[in-house]
Ligand binder design. Structure first.
Ligand code: G4P
Length: 524
């Protein structure tokens, strides 16, 4: 197959949702359709349990397993699909953000009873920032939930994107009868079944009497009225608007019952983008270019403390990655050869000879890589789009064992390279501040410092609201730094960061220093 064919048949995406909306279940059903697994439940057993905020040892144990499901590749018809898994636990949101930088599109799962929840809103912000096309799957129609029209309104308002239903539920909960596929003109009749796909009734159009026969006259009437309303309110679906991230098609179904999932998948492969051009500081890289380029978006540490080996996940942006090829690690300027790159097919890892744009290749790493690193065939290229986001929790980290200062520093550097959390140095007192998106990460860091580096640390409280990267001309910056010197820090790249201790303080700073721009991500 030519490079172009390989590129156009690839679909690399992530499924995102608030915990419990049904992401794992949907992932699993997509794998079932792809023939990548044969029984329901196979993915579930690998899932990081969400209940266990305090039981993080369990989560660590499961992290080891979850490397296999970090990327799930499978073939579906002529398409090669790569699902990039995002950690289910909400404390790992930082990881999720970065995964979103490596996908070409996203499927958002929303629970019909709960609507748009906090984490979905946050993740959508990242999609919006990157203009990532999204499809929405409204899940759990077999349960009582909200009126579908209300859900559509909420999706539009909360996710700040226009929506266009492409399937429509016939009742909900106990009276749920199926979905009308607006895109393909057929009706799927609902039969609760966790393993099999349900029957379809093909119809010519919405007035076909076959609908009355299938769901009864009263429901057929209601369906016709609903569809008329939809066609009146929502403009016709236009794939280009979806690709421009201006409109999100919406599907309804029940992942648990494998219902409405095939409709979603069939439409997805048809409309979702194949690998898109990627922006580097120097230029835009097209996937069809001859030469290989790629970037590291995730590093997975091996949990075995005796082998500090990691896997770096590299997204191939252009050309073909070859096993034993000679590639330049742009940050260090050194060349490396990788004799055992792994591909991720369904749930197994295997050594692979060639990897195409859109695919993810796993490279064994013993300390070469940092998140955001670029690999090329020699070109000086730095991919953009892997920003750090302001953490939500902050603590001072202190050394508890002065004999092990070196180990602590080394451990911290490596954990930060891996992207476990962010570190800032307070310019006023030179103390190290660790910022995370959840309490769990502090525990993970403490545990890993001890078990992998033999270093002991303790946490001391610091009350902060947000870290903002600031931008301004020299003069305004100096004035600002002077005034706020107690709250100025440097990130690991040496960039100026303002640590605001409350929303009020931040607003006042914005008011008092109009020449300074405050950014909540490190890339602007
Ligand atoms: P997540 O990855 O987004 O966190 O969600 P997950 O798929 O684990 O689903 C969360 C719960 O919702 C699971 O129940 C799952 O079975 C259920 N669920 C998913 N899709 C549907 C659906 O279409 N209808 C209904 N009624 N339930 C659905 P659980 O009790 O937490 O887990 P389990 O005991 O079923 O494994």
């Amino acid at each position: 197959m030519s490079l172009t064919t390989e590129i156009t048949r690839r679909r690399t995406f992530a499924i995102i949702s608030h915990p419990d909306a049904g992401k794992t279940t949907l992932t699993e059903k997509l794998l079932l359709f792809g023939g990548a697994i044969h029984v329901a439940g196979a993915v579930k057993s690998n899932k990081i349990k969400k209940t266990a905020t305090s039981d993080w040892m369990e989560i660590e144990k499961q992290r080891g397993i979850s490397v296999a499901t970090s990327v799930m590749g499978f073939n579906y018809g002529d398409y090669k699909i790569n699902i990039l898994d995002t950690p289910g636990h909400q404390d790992f949101a930082e990881d999720t953000y970065r995964t979103l930088t490596a996908v070409d599109s996203v499927i958002i799962v929303v629970d019909v009873a709960k609507g748009v929840e906090a984490q979905t809103r946050k993740l959508m912000e990242v999609c919006r920032m990157r203009n990532t096309p999204v499809i929405i799957f409204v899940n759990k129609l077999d349960r009582e939930g909200r009126d579908p029209f209300d859900i559509l309104d909420e999706l539009e308002q909360e996710l700040m994107i226009d929506v266009r239903p492409l399937s429509w539920p016939i009742n909900i909960g106990a009276h749920f009868k199926g979905v009308y596929n607006i895109y393909e003109h057929n009706i799927s009749l609902f039969k609760p079944d966790k393993q099999h796909v349900t029957d379809r009734v093909d119809i010519s159009d919405i007035n076909d009497p076959a609908i009355d026969k299938a769901i009864g006259a009263a429901d057929a009437e209601k369906l016709r009225a609903d569809i008329e309303l939809i066609d009146g309110v929502y403009p016709d679906f236009n794939t280009l608007d979806y690709l421009d991230a201006k409109v999100a098609p919406v599907f309804f179904g029940s992942a648990l019952n494998t219902f409405g999932v095939k409709e979603l998948l069939d439409c997805f492969v048809r409309i979702a983008p194949s690998p898109r051009p990627v922006n580097a500081i120097e230029r835009t890289v097209e996937p069809g270019e001859d030469k290989f380029t790629g970037f590291v978006f995730k590093i997975h540490a091996n949990m075995d403390p005796n082998h500090r080996s990691c896997i770096a996940f590299v997204k191939v942006c252009s050309g073909v990655f070859q096993r034993n090829g000679n590639y330049k690690h742009v940050r260090s300027g050194k060349s490396y050869r990788f004799s055992a790159p792994t591909a991720f097919m369904a749930q197994k890892k295997e050594i692979i000879d060639e990897v195409y744009p859109g695919d993810i290749v796993g490279l064994p790493d013993n300390g070469i890589f940092k998140i955001g690193d670029t690999l090329t065939e020699g070109e000086e290229l730095h991919f953009k789009g892997l920003p750090s986001f302001s953490p939500e929790m902050f603590k001072y980290i202190e050394n508890s064992d002065p004999m092990k200062t070196k180990q602590l520093n080394k451990g911290l550097e490596q954990l930060m390279d891996e992207g476990v959390a962010q570190m800032f140095i307070n310019q006023f007192n030179n103390r190290k501040i660790i910022g995370t998106v959840g309490q769990l990460q502090f525990e993970v860091i403490q545990y890993r410092l001890l078990h992998e580096y033999g270093a002991q640390c303790r946490w001391e409280p610091i009350h902060l609201y947000k870290a903002c990267w600031i931008e301004s001309d020299e003069e305004a910056l100096d004035a600002f730094k002077k005034r706020k010197h107690q709250f100025m820090a440097l990130d690991r790249e040496g960039r100026d960061v303002f640590l605001a201790d409350s929303n009020y303080v931040l607003q006042m700073a914005q008011q008092d220093f109009p020449k300074i721009t405050f950014h909540f991500t490190s890339e602007f």
